[in-house]
Design a binder for this molecule. Structure first.
Ligand code: ATP
Length: 910
């Protein structure tokens, strides 16, 4: 990377000049070299200038496959190669026009495949762009969230627990900052960071405790650092330069690839048989060779895995527009198998728009809007404003004291304090924060230390059961009284419980004065002998769409489960509002009770418990594993750092895109851009639709192929001449496989998509009678085509070959329209719900008419114009196929209805 006077040595963490490495320099030296004030960051002009100099902060992306490479991959199919060689050979032997036509059709098929693969690649690239990491950077004195690739050397990056470090940083300020560097150093223990210079210039990466490196993550605390290396100049960049990220095939693609290989061998054998049979009957060898190879090209389902990839990629792109971002393509195909959705409460089922509902200080309630009646109430709100990381929103205009950004619990408290006339910023100026023990979900509390005129004052806020037991005294109108007798403690906990039972989120606040600051590693120990200040209760309304989504889950055979860090009473109240409890009453399992359960008891519990409360994130892993042991296919939401193991373990890990941490997103296979439970359910529905459509595509393509195989192989057995010419076989393959097949991907969800039970994850793609359909309907297509051939030959009609050709094409169009639904009859499927398919079918019909009636095509494909009777016979024969498919649907529906009557079960799986 180039360097400039303003950004020396930006590409390398140790300095391009070989001077003292960054970790061995003082913060102010680093800041001076980058010409940046760590309190303001760069301004936008500086940043733009440096972006031009240094390029994006990105590791070498895997190069998009070029069109040429894609074309080469298409043409490398061995069957295509053999066909081309055979066509060239036949051209040399004399049949030049036929050979050219064959080559032209092969070229068109290749172009079609190419455009499809290109579309799939583009859809995936767009998804990757959406999933790009973000960073919080200080520019012009204000924090901004920007895509991490826009970071430049000298930028001041703000880090907080849960962040992935977006570039290599020299830390200039830390508060209890801990990092997980295992991805870079292999060291699994988290590392405590500081901002002092390290005297040993040769310190190894793992010992540079004042640096934060790209690819590592912040597990606790917060801090800020100056970007000293970006992109490939980072330590990770140096490692990753040679690793092109692969895009692994999904399990379904792999299974299909293995399957089509086996099927190809069988088809090849059949083609050899066709060739020999032809020779035995005295057909010209070159014609038979081309016929056999064309049949192979047309019938071998080599494109199945590729088309599945396209359907998955397009499906994933559509899901992104509905706020569900797919990180692992395989989850698109498995979403439909989900049997349990374990979800957080706050922000996922609820709106995460907290507001203070009431406050209880010295056992006297206060409601927002009222004037503060007692000093105790005021003291409680002061504590709530100071033990609080909410920041004024820089973009919110002038009256900054009323708009806050940060954790909704905290912004609600800051709002309430402002509304009661307490100026958080003025308070912070008077009592500056000098030390802290940040919130973490396992301890469920946080403490901040502030300097005051004499000594220090610490405020603690957190879950009542976590804070109240640390209190030995309480603040009352009569001054500070001891908590003893313990009844006072019980009263406080009881008050908290009563508030929680109303669905409110309750926090306790406490304080303690200190003469001296505790050492950084003794801060947690200082959370004792506290003075209880009171309780605050917040209401977080359920999301309006959540109750309907819960109902959808239940009808779709999916068990909704709430797992929350909140109080059991709050959890139950919200679960009741949303209908999560179902007929299973009000049982709630707490983290403490869960910890006592042995394996057998846990398995028995998870089978029916719908609400888990006060659960530590680590326990989510136990819950997922127990559910999986019971045979469930589990989707699990999470947002915190400690949720990552459960998200990885779940069959579908779902992370929050808004409130979630980078670490959770990294571990997940699905990211909710709106953090909404209903979006998980919508994604499951979409997953089921996409899987159905993959099945429809496979059903359509393979039935068509089987029909073509039956026609060619059965003809000699019925003593009929070869029904189709090689070019005609390839033409059918081109027009029928290409457009209509892919248009099936646009098919809307079937009406029963969320009324049937989840599909077993290991169920074959060909389950529910698909094999029988492929062979049976394929045979029917073959027989009606041969029937038409026999009739035409019997009548001495010249156009017999064109009739077979037309019947085969029309039969496939009739088939594709009929299999749009597995249950609903063709005439009840509105045409407008899949216009691409309608368009593709009409186009195919027009092309077929052109091939029959336009003289150029007649010459190229050896067709004859059909008269009205001939055309009518072909159309009628094709219609038989649709009738047969409809009869099959009616039979299946009747069987399902009988079964439902007998067993009272839900709709059939397919
Ligand atoms: P969910 O797991 O459904 O998202 P949650 O947000 O309540 O629920 P956590 O964030 O783990 O779960 O919080 C657990 C508990 O910790 C809360 O019920 C609350 O009592 C306490 N708590 C949450 N946020 C804060 C905070 N900013 N400061 C102090 N205590 C908090």
């Amino acid at each position: 990377m180039s360097s400039s006077p303003s950004t020396p040595a930006a590409g390398t963490p140790s300095g391009a000049t070989g001077a003292t490495p960054w970790h061995a320099r003082e913060c102010h030296e680093v800041a001076r070299e980058y010409a940046v004030d760590p309190a303001r960051g760069l301004d936008s002009e500086q940043a733009a200038q440096r972006a031009r100099e240094h390029g994006p902060n990105a590791l070498q992306a895997a190069p998009r496959r070029s069109v040429l490479a894609l074309a080469a991959a298409q043409l490398a199919d061995p069957m295509v190669v053999i066909l081309v060689i055979a066509a060239i050979a036949s051209a040399i032997l004399g049949d030049k026009l036929d050979a050219l036509v064959i080559l032209a059709i092969v070229l068109m098929t290749t172009a079609l495949g190419l455009s499809q693969t290109w579309r799939a690649d583009r859809a995936l690239a767009q998804l990757q762009q959406l999933a790009a990491a973000q960073a919080t950077v200080l520019r012009g004195g204000h924090p901004h969230a920007i895509p991490a690739h826009e970071l430049v050397p000298g930028d001041v990056v703000l880090l907080e627990a849960g962040n992935q470090v977006p570039a290599d940083l020299r830390l200039v300020e830390v508060a209890q900052l801990m990092a997980d560097e295992s991805a870079l150093t292999g060291e699994s223990a988290t590392v405590a960071k500081h901002a002092e210079a390290i005297a040993a210039p040769a310190a190894t990466l793992g010992d540079r405790h004042n640096m934060a490196y790209l690819g590592t993550s912040v597990t606790q605390g917060h801090g800020r650092g100056i970007v000293v290396a970006t992109g490939t100049g980072t330590e990770l960049g140096k490692l990753a330069r040679h690793l092109a990220p692969a895009r692994p095939d999904t399990p379904l693609q792999k299974r299909l690839a293995a399957f089509s290989w086996r099927l190809s061998v069988a088809i090849l054998l059949l083609c050899v048989a066709v060739f020999w049979l032809g020779l035995l009957r005295g057909e010209p060898p070159v014609l038979m060779l081309l016929t056999a190879i064309s049949l192979g090209v047309a019938a071998i389902p080599e494109a199945l895995p590729a088309v599945v990839a396209i359907i998955l990629a397009l499906g994933a792109r559509k899901m992104a527009t509905r706020k569900a971002l797919v990180r692992k393509l395989s989850s698109v195909e498995t979403l439909g198998s989900v049997t349990v959705i374990c979800t957080d409460k706050t922000g996922t089922l609820t709106q995460n728009r907290m507001r203070l509902e009431r406050l209880l200080a010295d056992a006297r309630p206060w409601l927002p809007g009222e004037a503060l009646a007692t000093p105790c109430q005021r003291q409680l709100l002061v504590a709530a404003a100071l033990c609080n990381d909410a920041r004024p929103d820089p973009d919110a205009g002038t009256d900054i004291s009323t708009t806050w950004i940060g954790d909704p619990t905290e912004t609600a408290l800051a709002d309430a304090a402002s509304a009661a006339g307490i100026d958080k910023l003025a308070l912070e100026a008077r009592l500056p924060r000098v030390q802290e023990q940040p919130f973490d979900a396992a301890r469920k509390r946080m403490t901040t230390f502030h300097r005051q005129a004499a000594g220090y004052i610490a405020f603690t806020k957190g879950a009542p059961e976590s804070v109240i037991p640390c209190c030995t005294s309480r603040q009352t109108a009569d001054g500070t009284l001891p908590m003893a007798p313990r009844a006072a403690l019980h009263d406080a906990l009881h008050d908290a419980q009563a508030l929680a039972a109303q669905g409110l989120r309750v926090l306790a606040l406490a304080m303690r004065e200190h003469d001296a600051l505790p050492a950084p590693d003794a801060v947690a120990g200082a959370e004792s002998s506290l003075t209880f200040l009171g309780l605050v209760a917040l209401f977080d309304p359920p999301r309006p769409e959540a109750a309907a989504a819960v109902r959808d889950c239940v009808t779709a055979g999916i068990m909704p489960v709430m797992i929350t860090g909140d109080h059991p009473e709050t959890a139950l109240a919200i679960a009741r509002m949303l209908g999560i409890l179902g007929e299973h009453g009000g049982e709630v399992l707490t983290g403490a009770a869960l910890a006592q359960l042995d394996r057998a008891a846990l398995l028995a519990a998870v089978a029916h418990v719908r609400v888990y409360a006060r659960v530590d994130p680590e326990q989510k892993l136990r819950i997922v594993e127990a559910l999986q042991d019971l045979g469930h296919f589990v989707a699990m939401t999470g947002d915190g750092i400690n949720d990552a193991p459960a998200l990885k373990r779940a069959d579908i890990g779902v992370a929050m895109g808004r409130q979630g941490t980078d670490i959770a997103r990294e571990a997940a296979s699905l990211v909710l851009l709106d953090d909404n439970f209903a979006t998980v359910v919508a994604a499951v529905r979409e997953g089921r639709r996409i899987y159905d459509n993959i099945r429809k595509f496979v059903r359509y393509a393979m039935t068509g192929n089987s029909g073509e195989l039956w026609v060619i192989t059965l003809a000699p057995l019925f003593l009929l001449p070869i029904p189709l010419l090689p070019a005609q076989i390839l033409w059918i393959n081109l027009v029928t496989d290409g457009l209509p097949g892919l248009a099936l991907a646009a098919e809307p969800a079937e009406a029963d998509v969320m009324r049937r039970p989840p599909r077993h994850p290991r169920e074959s793609l060909f389950a529910h009678g698909m094999w029988q359909h492929i062979l049976g309907i394929g045979l029917l297509i073959g027989l009606v085509s041969l029937g038409v051939q026999a009739w035409a030959l019997g009548q001495d009609r010249d156009g017999w070959q064109t009739m077979v050709f037309t019947t085969l094409t029309l039969a496939q169009m009739a088939h594709v329209m009929a299999i749009r639904s597995e249950h609903v009859p063709l005439w009840r499927l509105p045409l407008a719900t899949n216009l691409p398919l309608l368009g593709a079918v009409l186009l195919t019909l027009c092309l077929q008419l052109a091939v029959i009636y336009l003289p150029v095509f007649q010459a190229l494909l050896h067709t004859r114009p059909l008269d009205a009777l001939e055309l009518a016979v072909s159309v009628g024969a094709a219609a038989i196929v649709a009738v047969a498919v409809e009869a099959g649907k009616a039979r299946r529906n009747a069987r399902a209805a009988r079964a439902a009557q007998a067993g009272g079960t839900a709709a059939p799986a397919h």
